[in-house]
Write a protein that binds this ligand. Sequence first.
Ligand code: SF4
Length: 378
Amino acid sequence: MDGVLPLKPLGLYFHIPFCARKCAYCDFASWAGREADRERYAEALCREIGERAEQCGHPAADTVFFGGGTPSLLPPELYRRIAGTLRERFAIAPDAEWTVECNPGTLTAEFAAALRESGCNRLSMGMQAAQPELLRTLGRIHTLEGVRQAAAIARDAGINNLNLDLMLGLPGQTAEHMRETLDAALDLRPQHVSCYALIVEEGTPLHDWVERGQVSLPGEDMDRALYGLCRDTLERHGFHQYEISNFALPGRECRHNVHCWQRRDYLGFGCAAHSLWREERRANPRELDDYLAGKPPETEIISPADARFEYMMLGLRLTAGVSEGDFEERFGRSLWETYGPRLLPAVRDGRVARQNGRVFLTCRGMDVMNSVLVALLD
Ligand code: SF4
């Protein structure tokens, strides 16, 4: 169905829940040791793609995102089958952004060639840190050398748009570590860098280690300093911050994620995937076995008030904030009349700014975003 331009932006997300090993901090829907289920999973995914495309009237899509888990752990022929099915069932715009996440330790030339053939034009890699000791603590399977090799494999295959994910607030991480990591990342000439703060999730090995005092975290002041270091270094190298954790060279923002933050429609496929389609939210079963057994998704119709709040909550993550004109077009009422009285205190004390028809968080507002959102909920 190539060659048809989308009427409205629509993103497609595919969750690939397989990992070579479970990382110590990870509570995502991902499983190690389930390679034997990949074929069955690909079949279930293709079935879901066909059914949803039919239900939604085979809409046009302008972004595709394979996330996980580790999509690069799929055998190339299974990836080709999934990509082929989605191209048959959806009208993928000729200039669509097509991202695939990969774990540096798992990208092969054969898989990269399959990516390129499918139309993938953006690779997102979880680099996390440059230091082997930090990567070991996280339980990552790769090394810095693996990141370099994977970037070279992707470029040899013709994929030149690269995102690197970095993490901050890791046990034992210092400012010197962060500088080294940023230097090593910039050496790879990425177009996009994401800097995520480590979150210690209950039920993970990392949580147990922290509870038992076996590892200690840098603390809030250090986290803030590391974040500032990331922002300053990346801005010095021509990247601009367009979202709390995301930095891009001009024009290389991740369109798929920007659409989600702008609360555009997206369809998610696979276990744990969510969709937002014409104010209906669907949540697929989180567990791999439930998904494979055909357990139906949970659905919910979103009320206009909730839709407006979600729009603000997501949009304010972007440094450009939300557009008053777009708000009015979507919801048939003025943003300022809806939220003005609740936003005014934040405007007065400098957490929120209003300029050229846009409302956005200031630098200070970004640090205390929750205080702004709580006021919108009142
Ligand atoms: S590679 Fe990513 S999804 Fe897989 S276990 Fe590690 S953090 Fe989780």
